[in-house]
Structure formats: C-alpha cells, structure tokens
Design a protein around this ligand. Structure first.
Ligand code: CA
Length: 235
C-alpha cells in the first residue's frame, strides 16, 4: 500500500474510483498520488485500450485521460468511446500546443482539460468541481418547454419534438442555465459562473465550443441568439 492509500484508509474515506490513462509514468504517478490523498481509489493505465477496459469494468466516477497515448488509439478516441457509452466524466491532459485537440476533445464530450505542465492541486480542484456538478442533487427539478425543445432538469434530458437528444454533462448544464435565464443576454463569464461554478477558472471560449455543440445537436429547435460583444440569449 502506498502513502496515498494509507492516508485514505486512515481518513476512513472512500471518495470512489478514478481511472487515469497516461503513458508518462511520472505524471501518472503524481496525479494518482494527489487523488489518493483526497480519498479516491486510483487505477492507472498507460494506453487507451487498457484504460477503456478498466473503465468498463470498474465504472469510475471520472476518468483523467492524456490526449497523446501510444498505440493505435489516443485520448480523443477514448473520449469518443465514452461519449457513445455516456455517463463517465472526462478530464483531458493536453500539451500546451494542443489547442485544436483540446477543442475537439470538448466537442467529443470531455468535461474539462488541463494543460501540461499543471499543478496537481489545480487538477484535483477541477475533478472535485466536475464531480459535484455531475452528481449534485437537483432539489428544484424544473421542466422548460421552449417550443419544440423540452429541457427536463429532473431527468437531465433534452428532447426535440419528443425525441431525446444525447448531451454531455457540460452541454446539459449550459442548456439548463440558458433555459433558466431565457430572454436575458448573458455574457460568457456569467455563463461560466452560472452553468459551471462561480469563479470557474476556465477559458471563456469553452462556452463557444459548447454552444456550437448545442446548435449542432439541437438544430433550429434551439432559438439561441449570439449577442455581439456580450454573449448569448435564448429566445
Ligand atoms: Ca502522453
């Protein structure tokens, strides 16, 4: 048993399983140690196929996935696969010059990314935010009817003309926030604070990526206007 596990056991906590897919052993170990200190059980894989097998078997609360992995499949393939199965939030690890991959990763359903080199503390903070958000109980489960589009917060689903449209956690949170505030012009900062978490330290362009995805998935049923110089308004 390593120090992290020992601490978790001593603390009597089990925060659940996180799978880390990263081929750089130093980074993987550092990430694992930081998460174990917080009571998570961490399972590691150094390639996509092994990692997906672990995720399938262990049903982790979250996966941390390096984009650049050895072998025929990379971290984006992992996102794509998980998106098809749904339900496992993903944080991507990316290199500094990986902007296109980052955007693609978000489009493929990743919930967040951190850019190497990153501080383990920042990564752990982001993991906790995502877990809180994806699993927080909704006391007020609103049902929004927006023309052809229905957003059901209780069931966390969106339908167009009665047909369910699969959305990522992040996309759904964004849509629900827009629905709550329909008619109002919202800045990207407001959207990040409201739909994600107050003080979210992410890039405001993240909002644009998710808006593009919502538009693509929901089509004309999403009456979302771009308010130049401000952000977005749901009609
Ligand atoms: Ca790598």
């Amino acid at each position: 048993m390593d120090t992290g596990q020992a601490e978790a056991v001593r603390a009597g906590t089990d925060a659940g399983v996180i799978v880390v897919i990263e081929d750089d052993a130093d980074i993987a170990d550092l990430v694992a140690l930081s998460l174990r200190r917080e009571g998570f059980r961490v399972l590691q894989a150094s390639d996509a196929v092994t990692g997906l097998g672990l995720i399938d078997r262990e049903r982790p609360r979250l996966a941390i996935v390096d984009i650049g992995l050895p072998g025929p499949r990379d971290g984006l393939d992992v996102c794509r696969d998980l998106q098809a199965h749904g339900a496992v939030p993903v944080v991507l690890l990316t290199a500094r010059d990986d902007e296109i991959d980052r955007v693609l990763g978000l489009e493929l359903g990743a919930d967040d990314y951190v850019t190497k080199p990153f501080s383990p503390r920042e990564l752990v903070a982001r993991v906790k935010v995502i877990l809180r958000r994806s699993e927080r109980p909704r006391l007020v489960a609103a049902l929004h009817r927006l023309g052809r589009l229905t957003v059901d917060e209780g069931r966390r689903d969106a339908t167009v003309d009665g047909t369910p449209v699969p959305l990522t956690t992040r996309e759904f949170d964004l849509l629900a926030y827009l629905a709550h505030n329909r008619g109002l012009a919202l800045s990207r900062r407001q959207i990040l604070d409201g739909a994600w978490e107050p003080g979210w330290f992410g890039d405001e362009r993240t909002v644009d990526v998710h808006v593009r995805q919502l538009r693509r998935k929901l089509g004309d049923a999403l009456e979302l206007q771009t308010v130049w110089g401000v952000g977005y308004r749901l009609a």
